[in-house]
Write a protein that binds this ligand. Structure first.
Ligand SMILES: [Zn+2]
Length: 193
């Protein structure tokens, strides 16, 4: 039974070989795999990052200074506090180093100290302003880990309330935030001046 199967396979292989020889005989110079290729050389920059973004939104904010348009709320030594442009909740803040750095391992001792102090300060301000039930705080390091801007690392600080995760994000990729960024900025700035 097994022998029969092998013999059958060989026969099929031979037939295919002969068939393919016939079909390619006329075009011997062609590449072996005749596939449709859609050439998109402009995609290369995304794959190999040949063309890096000249500007970083966080560094831009630092240069613009504290104002509603820049979303920068405060600076504290080597750290800065920025409103997330696409907040999960009202009061969703980002704490970063003023230096453009993406790797946690590369942070200097003073940067570690300043960012943590600013996180604590920001948490106190949010607690007083919004009385949240809790917080989410953390880093997404690298694009694969969910970092939107991986080249300039940033801690997320998100106030949470019971029932704040409604069904909207699940069905419409839309999050309802109850306060404008301008208003949040206006309310937070006095805590850091
Ligand atoms: Zn930057």
């Amino acid at each position: 039974m097994a022998k029969k199967k092998v013999a059958k396979k060989k026969a099929t292989k031979k037939a295919t070989k002969t068939g393919s020889k016939k079909s390619t005989a006329k075009s011997a110079s062609r590449w072996p795999a005749q596939k449709q290729v859609l050439f998109r050389p402009e995609r290369l920059k995304y794959v190999r990052k040949l063309i890096r973004s000249e500007t970083c939104v966080f560094c831009e904010a630092r240069e613009k200074g504290v104002k509603p348009e820049s979303l920068l709320v405060a600076t504290h030594g080597s750290a800065m506090l920025i409103l997330n442009k696409y907040p999960y909740n009202a009061g969703h803040l980002l704490v970063l180093t003023t230096r453009h750095v993406g790797r946690f391992e590369d942070l200097k001792p003073e940067e570690l100290a300043d960012t943590q102090a600013l996180l604590q300060k920001a948490m106190r301000a949010l607690t007083e302003l919004y009385s949240p039930g809790g917080f989410n705080m953390g880093l997404n390091l690298g694009s694969v880990a969910g970092a939107g801007i991986p080249d300039h690392l940033h801690w997320h600080l998100i106030p949470r309330w019971p029932g704040d995760s409604n069904f909207f994000p699940l069905i419409a990729e839309t999050k309802v935030v109850i306060e404008t960024l301008e208003r949040t900025h206006e309310r937070l700035v006095p805590y850091f001046t």
